[in-house]
Write a protein that binds this ligand. Structure first.
Ligand SMILES: C[S@@+](CC[C@H](N)C(=O)[O-])C[C@H]1O[C@@H](n2cnc3c(N)ncnc32)[C@H](O)[C@@H]1O
Length: 402
């Protein structure tokens, strides 16, 4: 794949819409809503419940405006990535201790590694947690493996597994309790150096993916699956490649959060829950603005899931109490307020559904930039979708061979 051409085309397409994807809708409301073309808004407002859900799934039911249709048509091929085919089936004994998500991931990662790592003898896993991948790589490929994690409790659980698995050669798998950081780390860096060494990072949060890439300059092979882009620092962590620098998009922390959110495959119940959460949050924000204009944007924060199933009055009282605020309104007054702002909270929802159309494209931009960095470092690079996004939404693997 020509990563540079892809990044250039995506940057050109996304740049003119940055007002939509780089800003928070809620914090900048109602100015943020004005960035959405009138034709998009009236189209979205014409959708019924089923139509909203289809829009959330990336479809454009009914009669969408030409500009929206053209944008999505152009984004589709630029965000599509080839799929890794192949599964390395695990036996029941090997799969013990893995939940459905982990099993799904490891069976695909092992299949992906097998043909690409024939020259590899040793491997290191950054954020290896309990070391499931490590133990299964030792078993499958007979590598010597070091699993690094800063969470000692997880590693202790991993050691328990190892003690129980008598058939696994003890000397092949080691747990290193350490925090992998940018800059020289004399005790860790040698594990990333050598043509017979693989560097693996599965769901490395935020900038940890970049730390892994930088540490692995002299490795024979690298596999990284990123996640939690919202933990990146937009000014420091993007772009990372020279080519990306020349095609820089105005990423903000809101854009990074959007890149992390992409989840096409919501069930009906998940979509309904999302709508409910949004309805409560948006109405709360509008209430806070009316009652406490001097406070500016009031962060309602994540509430326990069960609270969203309750009435707006119960939710609002809980949030107000947490924030140490008091409106003096009765429950009936709070409910009446929520009803009165429904047209506005629906517009807020529709803006979010439209803005979400950019999320996968933003994620792909971040990963193309990383792929190009690896090419600039001299690696041969692939970007492949490996996991079923319903089980594991951050499903794109960055693969580099020396
Ligand atoms: C999202 S989990 C992924 C765990 C495992 N790789 C997996 O796919 O199930 C991230 C792991 O990275 C570890 N971690 C995060 N930052 C780290 C750092 N700087 N150094 C070492 N481990 C880190 C965390 O303790 C956690 O176990």
């Amino acid at each position: 794949m020509d990563f540079r051409a892809r990044l250039e085309a995506l940057s050109e397409l996304l740049g003119p819409w940055s007002e939509l994807w780089s800003r928070s809708i809620l914090q900048n409301w109602p100015e943020s809503g004005a960035a959405y073309p009138d034709s998009w808004m009236s189209y979205a407002e014409s959708l019924d419940e089923t139509g909203e859900r289809r829009l959330d799934q990336g479809e454009l039911p009914g009669d969408p405006p030409a500009s929206l249709r053209a944008l999505l048509r152009a984004l589709h091929p630029l965000t599509g990535l080839p799929w890794h085919q192949g599964v390395h089936g695990l036996t029941t004994a090997e799969a013990q201790g893995l939940n459905a998500k982990k099993l799904h991931e490891i069976e695909r990662v092992l299949a992906l590694l097998a043909p690409r790592t024939r020259a590899i003898r040793q491997a290191v896993d950054i954020g290896g947690g309990m070391g499931h991948l490590a133990r299964l790589c030792v078993r499958t490929f007979d590598w010597t493996f070091h699993s690094i994690d800063r969470d000692a409790a997880l590693q202790e659980k991993g050691r328990d597994w190892l003690r129980r698995d008598r058939s696994l050669p003890r000397d092949k798998l080691g747990f290193l309790h350490a925090s992998v950081e940018d800059g020289p780390q004399s005790e860790l860096d040698p594990f990333f150096r050598g043509r017979d060494r693989a560097s693996i990072g599965l769901h490395t949060c935020g900038p940890l993916a970049l730390t892994q890439i930088r540490k692995s300059q002299d490795a024979g092979f690298l596999l990284n699956v990123g996640c939690c882009y919202d933990k990146l620092d937009a000014a420091r962590d993007y772009p990372v490649s020279r080519f990306g620098e020349a095609h820089r998009l105005p990423f903000t922390r809101y854009a990074l959060a959007l890149a992390t959110r992409e989840r096409h495959h919501k069930s009906e119940a998940e979509f309904a829950l999302m709508k409910r959460v949004y309805a409560h949050r948006f109405a709360f924000e509008l209430l806070a603005r009316r009652e406490f204009p001097e406070h500016g944007f009031v962060r309602a924060g994540d509430a326990p899931r069960a609270l969203y199933a309750r009435s707006f009055a119960v939710y609002a009282r809980n949030r107000l109490e947490r924030l140490g605020l008091e409106t003096g309104m009765t429950d009936a007054g709070l409910e009446a307020f929520e009803v009165s702002v429904r047209p506005e909270t629906r517009r807020l929802l529709l803006c979010h559904l439209l803005r979400d159309r950019f999320s996968r494209a933003l994620e792909v931009v971040l990963l193309l930039d990383r792929a190009i960095l690896l090419e600039e470092m001299g690696f041969q690079v692939e970007l492949l979708q490996v996991f079923d996004p319903r089980l594991s939404p951050r499903n794109i693997a960055l693969i580099a061979r020396a």
